[in-house]
Design a protein around this ligand. Structure first.
Ligand SMILES: [Zn+2]
Ligand SMILES: [Zn+2]
Length: 216
């Protein structure tokens, strides 16, 4: 199993890199991605912290003999903008962290997909940060087309229970496995690391012909 969305104490998570890597090994993960919030937050992962975190990742990945990826989660701001520190990450995630009306929610996601290079669209239509006044089928289909065209993976996020099942059904019906996917617990504490079983269940059912985001 893999958990490609875990926050560390380099942003707003509780656990150190060593604690995360040790726990990931204990629960039998093959790969864990440490993904901290980007610099749109004061507490986010700037260039200096990214370099320091990478040193720890390399050290503890070899100590505990497990694959550990270095990732970042960028908030999608107005007009789809994301901000990244200067650093070469293994995985760049993008997601909405604001309470928005549907029109603005879709606008940000679509613009972000069109104009930025990133790897994973995280917790789409989250129950925590979803659009406030419902969904729009046409705009959902536009997102699905862009995921295919831009080869961006869709994350199944077990903390946010996102995307909702009806979105996954729509995806399955329309692109039949042409979208890559990722699975993440979005854990901010040590106890949820590897809490991904809902994600794998969903992937088996709705994303069964899709490719995983990593070549494993
Ligand atoms: Zn998030
Ligand atoms: Zn997150």
């Amino acid at each position: 199993m893999y958990d490609l969305h875990v926050h560390s104490s380099y942003s707003d998570g509780d656990a150190s890199v060593e604690q995360i890597v040790k726990k990931a090994k204990e629960v039998g993960l093959k790969v864990v991605a440490i993904v901290d919030h980007s610099i749109e937050h004061r507490f986010g992962l700037n260039e200096r912290k990214a370099r320091k975190r990478q040193e720890e990742i390399d050290k503890f990945a070899s100590k505990y003999d497990i694959e550990v990826l270095s990732g970042i989660e960028c908030g999608i701001k107005a007009d789809g903008e994301i901000v990244l520190p200067k650093f070469k990450f293994d995985l760049v995630l993008a997601s909405i962290h604001d309470f928005l009306y549907a029109e603005e929610y879709y606008h940000r996601i679509v613009e972000c997909l069109k104009y930025n290079d990133f790897d994973i669209l995280a917790h789409l239509h989250s129950t925590m940060f979803g659009s406030l006044n419902g969904r729009n089928l046409e705009r959902d289909l536009e997102i699905i087309d862009l995921l295919v065209d831009r080869d961006v993976a869709l994350e199944v996020n077990t903390a946010h229970s996102a995307p909702p099942i009806d979105f996954l059904e729509l995806l399955d019906m329309n692109v039949k496995g042409r979208v890559r996917y990722s699975i993440g617990s979005d854990s901010h504490s040590i106890k949820r690391i590897g809490d991904v079983s809902w994600g794998f269940e969903v992937a088996r059912k709705y994303l069964k012909n899709g490719r995983f985001v990593l070549e494993l």
